[in-house]
Design a protein around this ligand. Structure first.
Ligand SMILES: C[S@@+](CC[C@H](N)C(=O)[O-])C[C@H]1O[C@@H](n2cnc3c(N)ncnc32)[C@H](O)[C@@H]1O
Length: 150
């Protein structure tokens, strides 16, 4: 299920507060978030990981049609992928998914400075911002700053 339009708008706004470094979308699905990110930040490197073939293929076609040179899309398990260099994570996962990325984020090799998560909290950290969407559930979007600017 893709992020809603409201969630996408908030995520795009929050990513403006994350500097100029590479962004990765963990589980980019059909590209509903990763494509707008690549359009909004043409000078930032944007990476999407997706396991399911049809959503991944759709996102790849959109990337080609829109000639998004700053976007790389990998059909990979993000837990087995190399995130080195990436500074920002955006995601819309599930509670277990948030727990599974925790160790990778906290490892010494990690360059991740920010996490923007739709709906699911990173329970090991306190969010720096929580934006409540104007939807039926008042769904949260969280911004975490893990490391200060170098
Ligand atoms: C809820 S969708 C979010 C899609 C998109 N990020 C958005 O916000 O619109 C989550 C996606 O994560 C993918 N996913 C879940 N676990 C994954 C993993 N370990 N590696 C790669 N993709 C994964 C699912 O296939 C699904 O397409």
């Amino acid at each position: 299920m893709p992020s809603s339009k409201l969630a996408r708008q908030v995520i795009l706004r929050l990513t403006e507060e994350t500097g100029a470094g590479p962004i990765i979308d963990l589980g980019c699905g059909w590209g509903n978030l990763v494509i707008p990110l690549a359009l909004k930040f043409p000078h930032r490197q944007i990476v999407g990981y997706e396991l399911s073939i049809m959503p991944w293929l759709t996102a790849v076609i959109l990337k080609k049609v829109l000639r998004l040179k700053n976007l790389q899309l990998y059909r990979q398990d993000f837990l087995k992928s190399d995130w080195s260099g990436a500074e920002v994570i955006v995601c819309y996962l599930y509670p277990g998914g948030m727990d599974s990325i925790k160790n990778k984020i906290e490892s010494e090799e990690s360059d991740i400075r920010f996490v923007v998560s739709n709906n699911f909290a990173l329970t090991s950290h306190q969010p720096d911002k929580t934006i409540r969407l104007n939807d039926f559930y008042n769904s949260p979007v969280y911004l975490y700053q893990l490391k200060s600017t170098r």
